[in-house]
Design a protein around this ligand. Structure first.
Ligand SMILES: Cc1cc2nc3c(=O)[nH]c(=O)nc-3n(C[C@H](O)[C@H](O)[C@H](O)COP(=O)(O)O)c2cc1C
Length: 215
């Protein structure tokens, strides 16, 4: 076997090297008339633990951006690594006209949310109802940050302490537009040791425990 060498990638490949970029989700919003919109987002990232906040980036001229700026809320629906739902994620990501309900186009089921107006998607296993905290527009992108105000899942997706049942949830990432139709599974987990025994280990452990009380 030949030894691999370190290769600097040209700028045109940086985007595809940083894959997957985040969680793949379907973001639902409503317009001021209450019409449902849904679009797929590869860039969903939980950026704050407490309060839980989720960010994603979108086209400022798109329906998702316009709706959440006008109405102040959105729902991040997370699909699992299953062909049927991932094909629907691709349908929802198509450029439908304003006012078209992408959930109907994809054959997905809208469930009323518990707090915000946009619906949850029944076929997605995890739902995060969000209120917009801030947005920032730059280089033709809009960064959206939402405060999670309610979250739901199915009873077989979490244990009694709310930890994921990974084999059931099968978190999924989208590899990015250059990959077109490729999704990546991220459900293999591994608890690893700490091959260092300095005082920082106990310090970090204490601070994590005080932060997440019921660990
Ligand atoms: C799997 C997948 C992931 C996507 N991720 C993003 C993303 O992170 N950001 C983005 O702006 N568009 C993304 N898109 C494209 C949008 O879903 C698409 O432009 C959609 O038509 C926007 O709809 P809207 O105008 O209703 O907001 C993605 C599409 C797919 C299929």
């Amino acid at each position: 076997m030949t030894k691999a060498t370190l290769v600097n990638q040209p700028e045109k490949y940086w985007d595809r090297l940083f894959a997957p970029g985040g969680h793949c989700g379907i973001v639902t919003t409503v317009d001021t008339e209450g019409r449902v919109n849904a679009a797929s987002y590869a860039t969903c990232v939980r950026i704050v633990h407490n309060p839980v906040q989720i960010a994603f980036t979108t086209n400022p001229a798109g329906h998702t951006a316009q709706n959440l700026l006008a109405t102040g809320s959105f729902v991040v629906n997370l699909p699992s690594f299953e062909r049927d739902i991932l094909e629907k994620v691709r349908v929802v990501g198509l450029p439908f006209d304003r006012g078209v309900n992408e959930l109907e186009k994809a054959g997905l089921t809208a469930l009323p949310s518990t707090i915000v107006k946009p619906p949850r998607i029944a076929e997605c296993l995890r739902h995060f109802e969000c209120e917009v905290v801030w947005t920032k527009e730059w280089i033709k992108r809009l960064m959206v940050v939402g405060n999670v105000v309610a979250a739901s899942t199915y009873s077989d997706c979490v244990d009694a302490k709310g930890y994921l049942v990974w084999e059931r949830v099968k978190p999924v990432a989208f590899c990015g537009a250059p990959y077109v139709n490729m999704f990546a599974a991220a459900h293999e987990t591994m608890a690893v040791g700490m091959p260092y025994d300095g005082p920082e280990v106990a310090d970090a452990d204490r601070s994590v425990r005080s932060y997440f009380e019921d660990m």
